[in-house]
Design a protein around this ligand. Sequence first.
Ligand code: ARG
Length: 587
Amino acid sequence: MISLTERLSRIVGDAFEAEGLDRALGAVRVSDRPDLAPFQCNGALAAAKAAKKNPRQLADAIKARLDGDAAFEEVTLAGPGFLNLTPTVAFVEELASELKADEQQGCFRVEKAEKVVLDYGGPNVAKPLHVGHLRSAIIGEALKRIMRRAGDDALGDIHLGDWGLQMGQLIAELRRRMPDLPYFDENKTDGFPEESPVTVEELAEIYPAASAACKADPERMAEAQAATAELQAGRPGYRALWQHFVNVSREALERDYGALGVSFELWRGEASVHDLIEPMVAELKERGLLEESDGAQVVFVAREDDKKGIPPLLVVKSNGSVGYGSTDLATLVQRKQDGFERAIYVVDKRQSEHFVQVFRAAVKMGLFEEDQLEHAAFGTMNGKDGKPFKTREGGVLKLSDLIAMVTEKAEERLRENSGDGADDPSRADNARMVGIAALKFADLSNPRTTDYVFDIDRFVAFEGKTGPYLLYAAVRMRSVLRKAGVPFDEAMTGTFCLKEQAEVDLATSLLGYGDAHRSAYEKRMPHILCEHAFQTAQAFSKFYANCRIADEQDPDIRRSRLALVAVTLRQIEDILGQLGIQIPQEM
Ligand code: ARG
């Protein structure tokens, strides 16, 4: 269905056109002075300028036309020619009925679906997930779901860091510890054991030890580098061992991401593009795109109008090895081969120069058009000291510890809220959901590009713009229907007759869903959807406080109000689904 603002824009656009003006200037949007009117149109000023007319007179003429339209209760003028618009209750009712009947619930749908890959993982094999990976996962998962909801064929790729020096460090360290393992027998080329020689917990211990040894001792570093080179050249025992490392890490990663409600359709990694690099370098050379610079081979990507100089993309280092830039460029070769029409990288904004380099090189190679490659950059989650979040001891907090921390806080809140000391068996489950919701909503409700401060007490609060507040509203909507003894489907059959202002306001808020979803989609900004959900939940709270629902005496009004609850619940569920937030049974 077309949104309420779009409907109003058409009517106001007609009036502009009838006055001989550009109809696009009749665009209506939600008012930033809701105390005056719920909607506004500021186009008369620009139209007057273009037509060299007096803006006030022009706005008057438009108002005269709108006064005759059945959609408007009131049209007033403010300032030099702003139009304040209040639709009639009947018009809101009509659109709310359309919303109720709409299979797509009024959300935004793309005209032409695209096959999109979103890159929002980037964890490194053998290293535990930490909070640095948190924002990428939470925002990426939400963007994927927002895009799918709009109709795109969007897939998440974890893009494992599984091919760097850290793999050689692990192999070299393990060889020192267990030299008799068959993987280290140079003459053996197949028939390696199915079982991994190490668990993921052991890997988590081996990696820091290996890394520290390499830092302290050049001989150990040389060993690790040699092992990396042999692995990459395809030594069978090393490849088999590498596969074990990846497999056991994957199990742990699936568990950690799963706890966050984040999943990936593609489990590729840097290693998966290894064989694409050589032909890619050959092609770059052949097309004259590769140039020599200080012994390295680079692609120049700087442009004249760059405000800040962009260094060339390093493809082959002077020692012959390839790095992060070449891997990401080769990954775009792979993504092109896989038929993706768009790639979105949900990565820390501190990597923005890297993506400018990679994207420009890919455009030069003719792989993609510039507007098909996006870096959906995000800011950092900081501690109260304004620096990237660390534990009290100054270390990086493991994701599993973070989850335990928010779950515990949520449990405290739930216990306070229910007032009794008795231990409810489902409380642990609910606390986990509320804790994760608090964490995710706090992250998603900030504009993606800004930094924010980790403040667990605020995140978990039941009041304010928080995940728990939204969950609480949804749980209440379910309980209203349950206590009224009216199942959801039956509630949806009610016809709207809106009596109180709080009902009209809630319906109007619900009708803003399509615009919010569209804008979140187009800008790749989940916080726009969060903001809409929060405002709708607030409108619901007012409605709940001001209007009788189940115990309303007039049967038509009762049915109308139950329908309003049902449509609100359906919309909040749809939005929380896109944000990747689960609703608990009770709170
Ligand atoms: N593995 C990298 C890291 O941990 C992040 C990778 C981001 N994605 C990408 N395609 N470059 O820092």
